[in-house]
Design a protein around this ligand. Sequence first.
Ligand code: OSB
Ligand code: MG
Length: 376
Amino acid sequence: MKIKNVILRQLKMKLKFPFTTSFGTFLDKDFILVEVQDENGLSGWGESVAFMSPLYNEETLKTNWHLLEDFLIPMIMEKEIGHPDEVSALFEPIRKNNMAKSALEGAIWDLYAKRENTSLAKALGGTKQEIEVGISIGIQNTVDDLLTIIDDSVTQGYRRIKVKIKPGWDVDVIREIRRSFPSIQLMADANSAYRLSDIELLKQLDEFDLMMIEQPLASDDIVDHALVQKQLATPICLDESIHSVEDARKAISLGSCKIINIKIGRVGGLTESKRIHDLCVEHGLPVWCGGMLEAGVGRAHNIALTTLANFTMPGDTAASSRYWEKDIIEPEVTVHDGLITVPTTPGIGYEVNLDTVDNLTVRKQVFEKATLTARK
Ligand code: OSB
Ligand code: MG
């Protein structure tokens, strides 16, 4: 296939509620939606998970636009692409900028699956018809507020509760949760808020039978995590620290984690996500699919990836309606009894609602071969 046009749109969507992590609070979600079109005008869709500020990782919406406009789009325009696995190889000379690469690669995967008349899940080698999901709950003003949200989420059927922690909102909060909910599947995500010197505090969390502690230490660390994991009974799950299958291999061999959270954007795309999944199968580590407060297109990609067999733990892909008054896809993602039914229609399996997209678009740019040449 050949990509004839690429359309970048910057969307702004209002979150239904503020979402607070150890590194900051989200009120809105600004992101880039990528549309690629083939010679027949068929569209594939991808979503960048880069945020406005470089607080989760170093990428931002603007750095992604720059990388897409000036490097990545010109690299794939009019190229004969036999299979989307070739895209990550094409992008290989560009260092890092994984979320920018992933947004475009994801759109090409969707287009490929549509052209093959198969679902994205099947195109990736996925086998599940439904996937199990959990929910990620931000830091709240009071423990009572948090307990109420957990209660609602458990009632709705979410299969696993993840709570965000940070210094000052950790051991005591988890103790209170366990008192009220002795047997739920529970985990904590620190988003890199601790240091090796916090080891005694982290060890106190062993008491609460957590499924895992996600990314306690620095976002680029795999060395200190190995030291901490040796002293913890609770499995460590790495999120921020894993950018590639090579990172995963090193973390596994050092013993830095026992579980990996795969985020498609963080690792540079679906092809790299599959590689990490396969490596974890070889080494007996379970994986699960993380979330980045995605709108519908990103959510759909997460669902397709989660159909791979070793995604054995519930992911963070909650229902569209948890985050948005109105999502950009139809139908919206719904969760029943903690399960999402995987769509079977071609590509991502959800229609992008162009009217909704237009209403939310604050910037738009169309790239076609002629303009790219003219610019040189
Ligand atoms: O670390 O998984 C994370 C949200 C924003 C940035 C980082 C993270 C998160 C979440 C929420 O935990 C995941 C979601 O519900 O999409
Ligand atoms: Mg995380």
